[in-house]
Design a protein around this ligand. Structure first.
Ligand code: F6P
Length: 538
């Protein structure tokens, strides 16, 4: 048996024991549990003690990480090797957030000079827009940006803005991703074209949704300002020539590189709209926070490495205990978009069934992830988390100091975060419920019916991630933490986390169906598809 096979077998055995054991019983057995399973990294604190693993299980998981050669894989990632083999590319998002003077290489080619030059151009442009030195076609300063992009060209910037935007921004930032025209219509409503900049972000500059929205926004500008309004167009792309052909002035096209994956790209010029609307200093602080997490991931021993342990906790649940769904609940309204962001990061990166060499993966891979801000989620899906038939591990995020508003409301928010984690783990026994109902004088038949319904099985795992404040640096560290966690999981499963072939078929078929809806020749389809095309033909 190979070292890796033995490590996976050890995980199954450890999980077998974990299934029959209560998480809360481990605290008495393991006096150092809280200390060992609480980590600090780049300004974040992570408590993994409410996970179902024992201290010995943690060792088993660390052995699995060693057998999968996680450290060597990480070093290849940082060395700029071609870790995305199916597309022949490195994945070097860490280079984007390294301080000036670094020397990162993508497949041997130095890249830090270009990264710095782009950052300098972003800083200069952001400053000029904010000061009014770069203004609209009529001379009015820009008061709004409409950011157009989808997937990795949307979810990160949208999350950044929601997390860090001031209450009364000098420049309002709106987003349009969906090809559903309703979203762009909403984004443009109430804006004055003379004061509005349109930033189109697309790595490929071929994405149907983005080009459709970019054309509509360009037409909206031109309808009121004429062709001079093309000076309001800005683009970010790894194919800058396509952006220029679209009509974006050459000096307003910002590049990035094929070694930046879409879902890892907020650190590049993809974050330009945010850098303008927040001010470049905030963007730079976000990069610095992510860089601190990069350093932690690169240098911390596996035992205290936050991305590694977060990944191992997930794999213990996913592969050991067979849990296919996980939830992420930030107790911070400003992080309410974290779950949609993670859906792309984790599910597009690791939702794969074959290895990087095309062999079937012998283990289940990425879990489905969902979530919403706490406390809102408590009034929606927490019923299932506490009493549903499936155990859904939860990542609970909390921010100690609220950014704004009533401090007593913030304390209530934190109380809920702590209480939910406790309730998930501890639960409430049937005996306790029965005693309470008996004391309340309820008849035995009612107690028999009610007690099971009001019992909480508990023993439901959570990780608790604490930020002192939601400032740009801690926010950057948070996102980088999850990026590296996702990478580690990919290494454990032996998959390429940086390609996304699974999104291609739907795009190809949509192009074909579009041709048919627009009156082109009918193709061969199954009866259900053919009926839908006939029904929806305009
Ligand atoms: O959904 C597939 C995808 O390729 C994502 O990986 C990417 O983030 C998104 O489309 C947008 O692509 P682009 O930035 O090239 O428009």
């Amino acid at each position: 048996m190979s070292e890796a096979d033995a490590a996976w077998a050890a995980l199954s055995k450890a999980a077998e024991a974990a299934r029959d054991r209560r998480i809360d019983s481990l605290f008495a057995r393991e006096p150092d549990r809280l200390g060992v399973l609480t980590l600090a990294a780049a300004g974040l604190e992570l408590d993994l003690s409410k996970q179902p693993w024992s201290r010995e299980d943690l060792d088993t998981m660390l052995a699995l990480a060693r057998a999968a050669r996680v450290e060597a894989a990480r070093d290849r990632l940082y060395a700029g090797e071609v870790v995305n083999a199916s597309e022949g590319r490195p994945a070097l998002h860490m280079a984007l957030r390294a301080p000036d003077g670094a020397d990162w290489r993508a497949a041997g080619v130095p890249v830090s000079g270009e990264v710095e030059a782009t950052r300098n151009a972003m800083r200069a442009f952001a400053g000029a827009v904010r000061s009014g030195a770069v203004a609209g076609a009529t001379g009015k300063p820009f008061r709004a940006i409409v950011h157009i992009g989808i997937g990795g060209s949307d979810l990160g910037p949208r999350l950044v803005w929601e997390a860090l935007k001031p209450l009364d921004p000098q420049i309002e930032l709106r987003f349009a991703a969906n090809v559903d025209p309703a979203e762009l219509a909403q984004a443009l409503t109430g804006l004055d074209p003379a004061e509005t900049m349109v930033v189109t972000v697309s790595k490929t500059f071929t994405t149907l949704e983005t080009l459709t929205n970019a054309e509509a926004a360009r037409d909206w500008l031109r309808a009121s300002l004429g062709e001079a309004s093309d000076s309001h167009l800005v683009a970010v792309s790894a194919s800058p020539e396509k952006a220029q052909a679209f009509g974006v002035p050459a000096g307003q096209v910002f590049g990035f590189w094929d070694w930046v994956g879409g879902r890892y790209s907020i650190w590049s010029a993809v974050g330009l709209s945010c850098a303008i609307a927040l001010g470049y200093d905030a963007f730079e602080a976000m990069l610095a926070g992510a860089h601190a997490m990069d350093d932690h991931f690169r240098t911390a021993p596996l035992e205290t490495n936050a991305p590694v342990l977060l990944a191992l906790a997930h794999v213990f649940n996913r592969n050991g205990l067979g849990r296919p769904i996980r939830a992420v609940v930030p107790y911070a309204q400003r992080l309410r978009l974290f779950a949609p962001f993670l859906q792309q990061l984790e599910m597009e990166s690791n939702g794969k069934r074959v290895t990087a060499t095309g062999q079937p993966v012998p283990h289940p891979t990425a879990a489905s992830v969902f979530g919403d801000a706490g406390t809102n989620g408590q009034h929606a899906f927490f019923q299932l988390l506490h009493q549903g038939t499936d155990v859904v591990p939860v990542d609970i995020l909390a921010v100690r100091e609220g950014a704004e508003g009533d401090p007593s409301a913030q304390t209530k928010l934190l109380a809920n975060a702590i209480a939910q984690a406790e309730a998930l783990m501890v639960g409430r026994s049937e005996a306790e419920v029965r005693a309470e109902l008996t004391a309340a004088g309820r008849p035995p038949a009612v107690i028999d019916a009610l007690a099971p319904q009001r019992t909480f099985p508990g023993n439901r795992p959570s990780s608790f991630l604490l930020l002192d404040r939601l400032d740009p640096a801690r926010f950057g560290a948070l996102v980088a933490l999850y990026e590296h966690k996702t990478f580690v999981e990919g290494v454990l499963w032996g998959i390429n986390s940086f390609d996304q072939w699974g999104v291609e078929l739907g795009k190809t078929l949509a192009t074909r169906v579009l041709g048919e809806l627009e009156g082109g020749p009918s193709g061969a389809h199954d009866p259900s598809t053919a009926a839908l095309i006939a029904r929806l033909k305009p």
